[in-house]
Ligand binder design. Structure first.
Ligand SMILES: Cc1cc2nc3c(=O)[nH]c(=O)nc-3n(C[C@H](O)[C@H](O)[C@H](O)COP(=O)(O)OP(=O)(O)OC[C@H]3O[C@@H](n4cnc5c(N)ncnc54)[C@H](O)[C@@H]3O)c2cc1C
Length: 382
């Protein structure tokens, strides 16, 4: 495209490897997964073998030992092809696996990370509930201490891999009142009695990514499954979402790039009134705005990666800015791409309608655009 931001040389190599992988294992199948809402479980095993399922985890625990530049390069490339697959990879890597790595004990890391990084196990991360989304610290799922065990009761919803994950990090209230300081995180394995999967969501987009409820009824876990100190779970979750926002920003850019490239090619081939539609300023200026916003998103992602790597105090601000701008860009670009393709854009013969459907989640998941503006405004006013 000529305007690609290079995150790192290694990131370039990773992107090339992902593109090769996608040509063989995703491109031939993604339409069917989307149409039939298939979660392609086997694909994640294959991606585990290539290191995609433990990108940010040290080799010691079976991970690929890479950094944020390489991680975002992978997600952009995956989302160019299928944002559903990219969303599942992002949730597995930056939510569940990162949470266990950042806040787990050595025993917890050694027990769970090797299986998560090699793709044998898929991870989930359960914060959202039916009555608490943006207002997550107000959660109703409780964990009650009984001897050296905890009993979890409540329902989590909209959980990526809520049915198919082998392990989940679950955020629970462990004291009253319902404030951010009374939340604790637990690792819950799928076969724990009292945990069952609820309804699977039927979604507009990212349909290859499974989303489902998780229901906890007298679900008992040992105190050794607790992540960090009692009462620190919500603060852990907010730290995890800093990385999560960078990954959704990267997914957004991949989705936007896919739609933009499709529209650019179309504008160079489609003729009306005896000339290519790309010659009409109405179309070429759309393409200019699209590429500008994509490039701007990538620079914000680069800035947030730098802040994350340096553990700068600005990470909250920068990751919220990147997520907000890139996700709104994904929606804008895929919508404009549909306009450029005209009737063909509205047809399933072309991938643009899928980019638009997939883009729509990015301004909602892992903090809506309104919540990102709240974070940004609080950061600049403090
Ligand atoms: C495909 C998908 C996958 C997901 N995966 C996961 C997952 O793996 N784990 C998980 O825990 N969650 C997951 N979620 C949940 C997601 O994070 C929430 O949907 C999101 O945080 C928004 O919460 P909500 O849907 O309850 O909306 P609400 O919080 O009810 O918001 C509704 C509207 O009100 C606005 N609003 C709310 N509060 C404010 C405010 N203070 N100021 C201004 N506007 C406000 C919002 O911006 C939004 O426009 C997923 C969601 C989807 C759709």
């Amino acid at each position: 495209m000529g305007n690609n931001v290079v995150y790192s040389e290694l990131g370039e190599q990773v992107a090339k490897n992902v593109a090769d992988f996608a040509r063989k294992h995703i491109i031939p199948f993604y339409k069917e997964w989307d149409e039939l809402e298939v979660f392609p479980r086997e694909l994640f095993k294959k991606m585990g073998e290539l290191g995609f399922m433990g990108m940010l985890i040290p080799e010691k625990y079976g991970g690929a030992s890479m950094g944020y530049y390489e991680y975002v390069s992978m997600l952009i490339e995956l989302a160019k092809v299928c944002s559903g697959v990219a969303l599942s990879v992002a949730a597995h890597n930056s939510l569940c696996t990162q949470h266990i790595y950042q806040f787990g004990t050595e025993e917890q890391r050694a027990k769970y990370l090797p299986q998560l990084t090699n793709g044998d196990w898929i991870g989930a991360w359960a914060l959202t509930e039916p009555t608490t989304g943006s207002d997550a610290s107000n959660m109703k799922t409780v964990a009650t201490k009984i001897g050296d065990k905890w009993e979890i009761n409540g329902t989590k919803c909209w959980i990526t891999h809520g049915k198919s994950s082998e392990v989940a990090v679950v955020l629970c209230r462990t004291a009253e009142p319902r404030t951010a300081n009374n939340v604790t995180a637990f690792i819950v394995e799928r076969n724990t009695p009292g945990l069952k999967a609820g309804k699977k969501e039927h979604k507009l987009g990212v349909r290859a990514s499974e989303t489902a409820e998780m229901i906890f009824e007298h679900c008992v876990v040992s105190d050794t499954q607790r992540l960090g100190q009692i009462g620190t779970g919500f603060h852990q979750a907010m730290k995890i979402l800093e990385g999560g926002r960078i990954s959704i920003a990267a997914l957004s850019v991949g989705c936007a790039k896919g739609a933009y490239e499709c529209a650019l090619n179309y504008a160079k081939e489609r003729a009306q009134f005896d000339q290519l539609i790309g010659n009409f300023q109405a179309i070429s200026f759309k393409l200019a705005d699209m590429v500008l916003k994509i490039n701007g998103s990538e620079l914000l992602i680069l800035q947030s990666c730098n802040s994350k790597i340096k553990q700068s105090n600005n990470i909250n601000l920068h990751s919220a800015m990147a997520k907000y701008f890139a996700s709104e860009t994904a929606v804008y670009v895929s919508n404009e791409a549909m306009q450029i393709l005209g009737g063909n854009g509205y047809s399933k013969e072309y991938p643009v309608e899928k980019y638009l459907r997939d883009a729509r989640i990015t301004t909602i998941g892992e903090g809506t655009s309104e919540i990102q503006k709240l974070v940004i405004s609080r950061e600049i006013l403090q």
